[in-house]
Design a protein around this ligand. Sequence first.
Ligand code: GTP
Ligand code: MG
Length: 299
Amino acid sequence: MGTITKSGFIAIVGRPNVGKSTLINRLVGQKVAIVSQRPQTTRNRIIAILNRDDTQMIFLDTPGFHRPKNRLGEYMEDIVHESLADVDCILLTVEPKTAPTEDEKRLIEKMKGRDIPVILVINKTDTVPKPAILMAMAAYAPLMEFKAIMPISARTGEGIAELECEIGDYMQPGPEFYPQDMVTDQPERAVVAEIIREKMLRLLSDEIPHGVAVAIESFDESRDDLIKIGACIYCEKDSHKGIIIGKNGKMLKKIGTYAREELERMFECKVFLDVFVKVDAGWRNKAGSLREFGYTREE
Ligand SMILES: Nc1nc2c(ncn2[C@@H]2O[C@H](COP(=O)(O)OP(=O)(O)OP(=O)(O)O)[C@@H](O)[C@H]2O)c(=O)[nH]1
Ligand SMILES: [Mg+2]
């Protein structure tokens, strides 16, 4: 590890599902943020740290920018606003398949006049032919002054080295803000809760995964060879609880097994994971529940 002489904060913003979390994972070469094919996967700001030679780049993954429909959504929007302040560079991430949306235009309005360099990142270039990428560039370029327009594929890694190089230009002389062996600021409990939520986003349909929160009730590392974790899934309705548990408990078992397998790989030891389900009706609009599930900012 070398001495860090340059550093900076980079916010990754954009509407839901454009691949912001996939990008942050790709940039640091490790899964720090969960990813799903559904919009509104990320709910919190997640920090990931990349050290390159003398430079420390601190990336902020943010929730997809959308019009909030409940207090959880308002919290997510606040996180985006906060992330736009006090950063050295912003990556506005978009997809080449769609024209600029209302949400994206609203987000761009918030970035204007901040005097922070914005790079337009056109992600998912692996999904479209070249002319579509050029069309996307032409559609977004007039909306504000971008320092650069970078087509990338967070999935294949194409364009990532070039993007990193471009970001390097906006890093400032300064110290390391995080120890060089640190990749994310998330506590282990938060990582576990997110992985369980990711499995639900994958396995359950419709609105159900959007209405769940996961609370880690116990985390016991007292044994060297085994971590014992107790987790509770909170959902909004009795009918949802039934679906999450499934016939003869099959669905819950599947969620638990998938999560445990990933956690065992991550912690490199055996994991005993006990998951149960409770109903907390309307939690997405209840301040107390939001606080309990970690959707509040510590001042
Ligand atoms: N083909 C392709 N798919 C991608 C790429 N990047 C992301 N995806 C997929 O797009 C979907 C959304 O990815 P996420 O990283 O969760 O998107 P996000 O912007 O973080 O979404 P929110 O957290 O909801 O705002 C997932 O199914 C990803 O696998 C890419 O470069 N190419
Ligand atoms: Mg995300």
